[in-house]
Design a protein around this ligand. Structure first.
Ligand SMILES: C[S@@+](CC[C@H](N)C(=O)[O-])C[C@H]1O[C@@H](n2cnc3c(N)ncnc32)[C@H](O)[C@@H]1O
Length: 223
């Protein structure tokens, strides 16, 4: 099947993009910044989630490639989508280190250069909370998934505790600037359901990280 050419570029989709210099710094500090959180359960969580990946797998916002080590050997193909050049460079290096075959593609989740119904598994870890247009990204995911396809996700969500939710609201702008557009209190599961996904998800806590990013949702969404 012929793949679709993307018309929009990732920068056109962002109203106020973080500076390129800051995004470069972020790509350097990302792994050390999340290291404790990875050790305190995130690595195990990635591994469990990605054990369910099958067929043609597309990961959106692959970042520095922290998921690469966790894909099962049996998957048919791995496509890593990442719009940020500095992240892509680190992703390519990690891919080499792991000697895993994958294609790295420069694209935003809102405009995937992939054919309709051509993907078995889409993976999104800490990305739907960062994209500028989550509904548009979810519609793209729905478009590229085969009818029996799945979206596997780990995403930040709004806290159920009123105190923590208020902290997330108050620190939203500062954290958004620091973390390159990341929205810590986005109602991602509700957005998935509004986009006609059937969602099975668990709320978990991301230990080893600042409290406002503790609340996570982990699960699987299908059409
Ligand atoms: C918090 S990082 C998560 C990286 C990785 N998925 C992980 O689990 O460690 C968010 C990633 O989403 C990427 N990103 C930002 N906007 C995006 C968009 N519109 N489409 C796809 N990826 C995007 C960023 O460049 C960054 O690599």
């Amino acid at each position: 099947m012929t793949e679709i050419a993307c018309i929009e570029s990732s920068t056109e989709l962002q109203a106020r993009p973080p500076s390129a210099a800051w995004l470069r710094i972020l790509s350097l500090i990302y792994d050390p910044f999340v290291w404790l959180g990875e050790m305190a359960g995130m690595r195990r969580r990635r591994s469990t989630l990605l054990g369910g990946a099958r067929g043609r797998v597309v990961e959106i916002g692959a970042g520095t490639g922290l998921n690469i080590a966790h894909y099962p050997d049996g998957i048919a193909e791995l496509v890593l989508i990442e719009p940020e050049p500095a992240m892509r460079r680190r992703l390519a290096r990690r891919l080499q280190r792991h000697a895993r075959v994958a294609r790295i593609v420069d694209a935003p989740a809102e405009c995937l250069p992939l054919a309709d119904a051509s993907v078995d598994t889409v993976v999104s870890t800490l990305v739907l909370c960062t994209v500028d247009e989550p509904e548009r990204a979810l519609r793209e995911i729905a478009r590229v998934l085969r009818p029996d396809g799945q979206l596997l996700f780990i995403e930040h969500v709004r806290a159920s505790s009123r105190f923590l939710a208020a902290c997330q609201d108050n620190l939203l702008e500062a954290w958004r600037r620091f973390a390159g557009g990341f929205i810590c209190n986005r109602p991602t599961v509700e957005l998935m359901r509004a986009c006609d996904f059937t969602v099975a998800a668990d709320d978990v806590v991301w230990h080893g990280m600042p409290a406002i990013v503790h609340p996570l949702t982990v699960g699987r969404a299908t059409r």
